[in-house]
Design a protein around this ligand. Structure first.
Ligand code: B3K
Ligand code: ZN
Length: 883
């Protein structure tokens, strides 16, 4: 397999001006004709034109109307090379044959539940026709689709429908024209038996846009929330970023077979049905929130990704980091900012930190890849969003908006780089960003230590920072990073102190000016070691550091437990209140892990119980905030902090603390369940979601107790639930313990929902991720369940992904979990390399475990790497994991 490097980027020799595509969709095969107007980049230099093409059968190729003969072109398994094209502009025409019905990779043109659909990003267009499949080739497209009218009554592509009609033999056609230049990864085609929910949106300049969400007829009632989300996104992007939609139509299509969440094809977004379809009975609050966020995300790509796109795939975070940031802000504005931030930071810590510390660690802008699909990662997306957020933290809302305005003004219609975004932010604000660009090129999570001291005589408070960036593959030594640390100081009553002058390494850095007091300042930490001194501090403060999680780092401070309990109780920054509790919980869990390993009895610190109880009873707090604040850090987060990850110890400790909290706060939890339950009609809004979140978190705690009364209660909640959020939470609570109640409830649930595959997927995941000892046997059984299908990615993510997410069983000491995954990856790779490669990633941190487990996991990775006909996707992850 060939590795591709950022440093090797070269401008293309040829640009494409217009592309006219024509599809004859058939039951055996599909014929694709592509007529391309080719424009040399430099006049006169007649170099060969290299077109990408994979799994294509070439029928004919013409230049300027003349059919090329053998010798005029060269064909291999990945390219069609036109060896000596004429000088100047010319027309190339190819006709190819493809087999969408046999395409299980779900990349290129394929069938999902009888309908045709496409997925081209990153490099799937080359499975449709011969093309320069790279994002810096931007062209205007037309697309003619011809198909049997009764089988495929709906024919969709990008842009505007300009002609349609009936043809002989029961066929019909549609001709679409997209007036905007686009890279081929944004091309889309859909054909099938679909119906639409229609609505309209009037843009700020008065354009009336037709909105259509397409699904199979029976799913149409479940698209109301998606339509609401789309309209809210369109309005928000106008209000917050000044971005207006640019066509008269916007289509969303829901398909059940899709490798990822969704795809932002120009004016024809294609979605995994799990991110479109929702009803109160079949989708949880988390699903409703995810739909809102992803509909927003794909819509926002219209400007960040489509109108301004990436020069090459190394720049992926240019569109993804920015668009994730935008969807995070959108969800914050529509719900609770603090709760959203807590969720996003948890995700970063749970998934991105381990990636950044493992064999697949890569910068936000990677330096190389074998398969681009492997780089649609939490680093490019979530850490990339944190990088965008840091610009905003440094510039403020208005400065940030000036930056994005300039970015769109400069680069509309272009394919650009991360430096171009950086330059727009800098130039619009005349800002000094020092070495900020290192965030794009250095991998790894910075570790920052801070020590504080108060000088009562001088009334100064000092913070001394030191930072290191651990080595990552290919990057043994690093430079210090530019880290914005938002900070405030609390007085002894827990109130924010107004800040005055701040000195950096002895020099005056900033002074609070103006009439408004300043309570939070952004310290610009740029060196390996640096000291900040706050002047005019009348009493010893408790510092609140990294407010709002202002940089994606691991922060270690010298705050005492008392300080942390104080922040938990008082910090005006909601995120840091939660964070203080999490730091305390992590310390507590680690101390008990040591006890467990020494065979000592586990104990729960009464001060911790008290802190949790205060939060629980504080009626001024947001209910969802409380739910998050009383939830312990995940097992992965704790294992991440250990020399050798000890799954059994961490699992036992987390279970112990949960049970102990449940027994000490039983009455409080019971009260919550009773007060917060409701059988009113389901409403998707923050207040109701928060209420359900708190009630169900309490129920989950209670269910960890061995108690008849609780078993009754949980069953009662299950039976009386009027929406899936409550029903599924109760089911999960019952399923914590093996036994008849569990078996009966699981059977009952399947019976009720077997007709709804999205709900059944939750049922799969609940069972596969269970910590019940020896669960791998159940998972083997579920593989043969009639509702399971290895070809459907959602089912794989639920059953197999779910299993890998449960550390105790996946990392079982007998190697049974590893063996299970090894077998599945090899099978899956033959059907769908992208999905197989996602699954194999579960092995990547095998070196973190004890020797027995290391050997067992390594053996599976070696078996996978030596498998016959292995895809590049799986090869890249497995071989890098072994290295
Ligand atoms: N841009 C797509 C992801 C494509 C993944 C290709 N393997 C969805 C998104 O991030 O919006
Ligand atoms: Zn995206």
């Amino acid at each position: 397999p060939k590795e591709i490097f950022l440093k090797d980027y070269k401008l293309p020799d040829y640009y494409f001006d217009t592309v006219d595509l024509s599809f004859l969709l058939g039951e055996e095969k599909t014929i694709v004709s592509a007529k391309i107007c080719v424009v040399p980049r430099v006049d006169g230099a007649a170099s060969p034109l290299v077109l990408d093409g994979v799994d294509l059968k070439l029928i004919s190729v013409k230049i300027n109307g003349n059919e090329l003969k053998e010798g005029d072109f060269h064909l291999d398994t990945r390219h069609l090379i036109l060896t000596s094209p004429p000088s100047g502009n010319f027309i190339s025409e190819t006709v190819t044959e493809i087999l969408p019905q046999k395409n299980t990779s779900l990349e290129g043109l394929y069938k999902s539940s009888g309908n045709f659909c496409t997925q081209c990003e990153a490099e799937g267009f080359r499975k449709i026709t011969f093309y320069q499949d790279r994002p810096d080739i931007m062209a205007k497209y037309t697309c003619r689709i011809e198909a049997d009218k009764s089988l495929y009554p709906v024919l969709l592509s990008n842009g505007n429908l300009i002609e349609q009609g009936d043809l002989e033999g029961g066929k019909h056609f549609a001709l679409w024209e997209d007036p905007f230049k686009k890279p081929c990864y944004l091309f889309a085609l859909v054909a099938g038996q679909l119906e639409s929910r229609d609505d309209t949106f009037s843009t700020c300049s008065g354009r009336k846009v037709t909105l259509r969400i397409w699904t199979p007829p029976e799913d149409l009632p479940k698209t109301e929330h998606a339509m609401y989300s789309l309209k809210a996104s369109m309005k928000w992007d106008e209000d917050v970023f000044g971005r207006e939609y640019d066509l008269d139509i916007f289509n969303i299509v829901s398909v059940p077979d899709f490798n990822m969440g969704a795809m932002e094809n120009k004016s024809l977004n294609i979605f995994n049905s799990k991110l479109v379809l929702a009803s109160p009975e079949t989708a949880t609050d988390a699903d409703y929130a995810a739909i809102l966020g992803v509909i927003g995300h794909e819509y926002f790509h219209n400007w960040t990704g489509n109108r301004v796109t990436c020069r090459d795939w190394f720049q992926l975070s240019l569109k993804e980091g920015l668009t994730v940031f935008r969807d995070q802000e959108f969800s914050s504005d529509l719900g609770s900012r603090t709760v959203k931030r807590i969720g996003d930071v948890s995700k970063l810590r749970t998934y991105q930190f381990p990636q950044d510390a493992g064999p697949m660690a890569h910068p936000v802008r990677p330096h190389s890849y074998i398969k681009m699909d492997n780089f649609y990662t939490v680093t490019v997306y979530e850490k990339g969003a944190e990088v965008v957020r840091m610009y905003k933290t440094l510039l403020g809302s208005q400065g940030f908006r000036k930056g994005t305005d300039l970015y769109f003004e400069r680069h509309d219609g272009q394919a650009v780089t991360c430096e171009d975004f950086f330059a727009a932010m800098r130039d619009a604000n005349d800002a000094d960003f020092a070495n900020f660009l290192l965030w794009y090129s250095q991998a790894g999570t910075p570790v920052v230590n801070v020590t504080s001291s108060y000088n009562a005589e001088a009334c100064t408070f000092s913070l001394k920072f030191s930072q290191t960036l651990p080595p990552t593959p290919g990057q043994p030594v690093k430079e210090p990073m530019f880290i914005p640390v938002a900070a405030g100081l609390l007085d002894s009553n827990g109130k924010d102190m107004p800040l005055s002058s701040i000195y950096r390494d002895g020099k005056l850095e900033s002074v609070a000016s103006g009439s408004q007091p300043v309570y939070t300042t952004v310290l610009r930490v740029t060196k390996a070691e640096e000291e900040f001194v706050f002047a005019d501090v009348p009493e010893k403060p408790v510092p609140s550091l990294l407010r709002g999680y202002s940089a994606p780092i691991r922060l270690h401070s010298d705050l005492t437990d008392d300080d942390l309990f104080f922040l938990l109780a008082h910090d005006s920054d909601g995120f840091n209140r939660w964070e203080a509790g999490q730091i305390l919980a992590r310390k507590l869990m680690l101390s008990q892990v040591v006890n467990f390993q020494k065979d000592n009895a586990l104990v729960l610190d009464p001060q911790f119980v008290h802190g949790i109880k205060c939060i629980l009873l504080d009626s001024s707090l947001d209910k969802e905030f409380i739910a998050k604040a009383i939830t312990l850090p995940g097992e992965g987060e704790i294992m991440d902090m250990m020399e050798v990850a000890d799954t059994d110890a961490v699992h036992a400790v987390r279970k112990f603390i949960r049970k102990q909290l449940a027994s000490e706060l039983k009455q409080e939890f019971l009260n919550l369940v009773k007060e917060k339950r409701s059988t009113e009609k389901y409403v998707f809004d923050h207040a109701n979601m928060a209420r359900r979140a708190l009630k169900n978190t309490a129920l989950g705690y209670l269910a960890s107790l061995e108690d008849e009364e609780i078993t009754e209660l949980v069953l009662h909640e299950y039976k009386t639930a009027t929406n899936l959020t409550d029903q599924f939470s109760a089911l999960a609570a019952i399923a914590q313990k093996p036994g008849k109640a569990r078996d009966d409830a699981l059977a009952d649930f399947y019976n009720q929902w077997q007709h709804d595959y999205l709900v059944v997927n939750k049922w799969f995941a609940l069972q596969s991720s269970s910590d019940i000892p020896g669960n791998v046997e159940n998972v083997y059984k579920l593989l043969t369940h009639p509702a399971f299908d290895l070809k459907n990615p959602n089912k794989v993510y639920s059953l197999i992904g779910g299993f890998c997410a449960s550390p105790v069983n996946f990392h079982a000491k007998d190697g049974s979990g590893y063996k299970f995954l090894g077998e599945i990856v090899v099978q899956l790779d033959k059907l769908n390399p992208q999905v197989a490669s996602r699954m194999v990633s579960a092995f990547s941190r095998w070196k973190r475990y004890d020797e027995t487990r290391q050997n067992l996991a390594k053996a599976q990775l070696e078996m996978i790497v030596s498998a016959n006909g292995l895809s590049e996707n799986v090869y890249e992850i497995a071989s890098k994991s072994l290295a």
